[in-house]
Ligand binder design. Structure first.
Ligand code: ADP
Ligand code: MG
Length: 381
């Protein structure tokens, strides 16, 4: 049975109140509208430069994400320039911009305040006739979609300015950390100059410089990753064997001064997909934290297991552990505890990168005994 108009309006406003996830919300609104107005296809196109691109759609079968319609072209292109709705009823076969032939077509403008931002298209009405009421409802749906898009834009700009404020607030602390690390490097370079007469201490000093530079590089990368609003992944094919060798090479030097027992185990011959540099940051940050937690003569284990279509990375240390009341906060940006040199960015970045890979992260710990981070990543990236 067809739903009442009132039910539809209530359903749409409830959806809008319940989520800030723009894509999901637009899709839900379009599905409701598609059902109520009995149209085959419904889409939202947004002005991007001098083109219209599809932001959300229901009922389209082609790969519409790459489609661009020049402003002024076709029905939707015209509506997006004039701001006037176009309705075609029982028309002769209209060759729509998306390549569908359709006998009924309605395109209404999307506006945020007075600004034209795109169009809402509805095609192939059940009886190929849009009534005046249908047009009013389509305009209402368009206004709700515009509100959702505006809400998402506002939310994004708040998030961005909060991030920038936080970075501003902590810049001096972070710069201070970088300065301390660079001082250590400088000291070793001076020692190298002195020791260049008698070359025996060379290797140790160079190793130490290398470790400190790695830490500085890591810190700078964390700040950069964090300051971006969204992590963009450069996903490639990764051979687990190579990846693990790379991790061992670049972290073992960090463990050496503390005489830490580093145990690594992973199944051979596995191929997965992801952003190699970013996943390196994940493991580097976790190993770095484990080093801080165990101190001298500790043990750190890095294990990888395959679980169906996921890889499970386990990083375990026998260090001081994390008290239960802290566990919920350790992933918060700038949360740091019990360290002189902490910035609190490490785990925030780890979490962002894991989420961007559609992975999950969990932590198990017992104070004074151990800490275990478990990361699940889809093999397909
Ligand atoms: N393996 C671990 N063992 C004990 N505590 C940890 C471990 N990993 C993280 N923590 C706690 O979580 C906090 C946040 O970590 P992180 O975000 O990397 O920031 P930072 O290392 O700069 O303090 C750390 O300060 C520490 O108190
Ligand atoms: Mg850290």
């Amino acid at each position: 049975m067809k739903k009442d108009l009132l039910d539809i309006l209530v359903e749409i406003s409830e959806k809008m109140a319940s989520t800030l996830k723009e894509d999901e919300l637009l899709n839900d609104i379009l599905e409701i509208a598609q059902e109520y107005l009995s149209v085959k296809r419904i889409s939202i196109m947004i002005i991007n430069g001098d083109h219209l691109v599809i932001k959300a759609a229901v009922g389209l079968h082609l790969d519409y994400k790459s489609l661009k319609v020049p402003l002024g072209n076709g029905i939707s292109g015209k509506v997006a320039t004039t701001g006037e709705p176009i309705v075609i009823n029982k028309g002769s076969s209209t060759n729509w911009e998306l390549g569908y032939d359709t006998k009924s077509y309605m395109s209404v403008p999307l506006r945020i305040k007075d600004k034209l931002i795109g169009v809402l298209n509805l095609t192939d009405k059940e009886d190929d006739y849009f009534s005046d009421d249908d047009i009013k409802i389509a305009k209402y749906i368009a206004s709700q979609c515009a509100i959702s898009i505006e809400k998402a834009q506002i939310y994004e700009s708040i998030r961005r300015s909060e991030n920038l404020q936080l970075i501003g607030k902590f810049t001096s602390t972070i710069i201070h950390d970088i300065k301390n690390l660079l001082n250590i490097v400088q000291n070793y370079v001076e020692l190298l100059e002195i020791a260049s007469e008698d070359k025996s201490d060379f290797k140790e000093y160079v190793d130490n410089i290398y470790t400190e530079l790695k830490l500085i590089h890591g810190l700078v990368m964390d700040i950069l990753d964090f300051s971006k609003n969204q992590i963009t992944l450069k996903t490639t094919k990764i051979e687990l064997d190579d990846f693990m060798e790379y991790i061992i090479k670049h972290t073992s030097i960090m463990l050496k001064p503390y005489n830490i027992d580093f145990y690594v185990n992973y199944p051979p011959g596995i191929i997965f997909y992801g952003d190699k540099d970013k996943l390196f940051r994940v493991l580097f940050n976790l190993i770095n934290n484990a080093v801080d937690a165990v101190g001298e003569n500790g043990k750190i284990k890095l294990k990888v297991l395959q679980e169906n279509n996921h890889l499970l990375f386990i990083i375990e240390d026998n260090g001081k552990g994390i008290p239960a009341e802290m566990v919920d906060r350790i992933f918060d940006p700038f949360y740091t505890a019990g360290k002189e040199k902490g910035t609190g960015l490490g785990l925030a970045v780890v979490k962002d990168i894991v989420n961007a890979h559609n992975g999950t992260i969990a932590v198990e710990s017992k104070v004074g005994e151990y800490t275990k981070f478990l990361i699940r990543l889809p093999i397909s990236g």
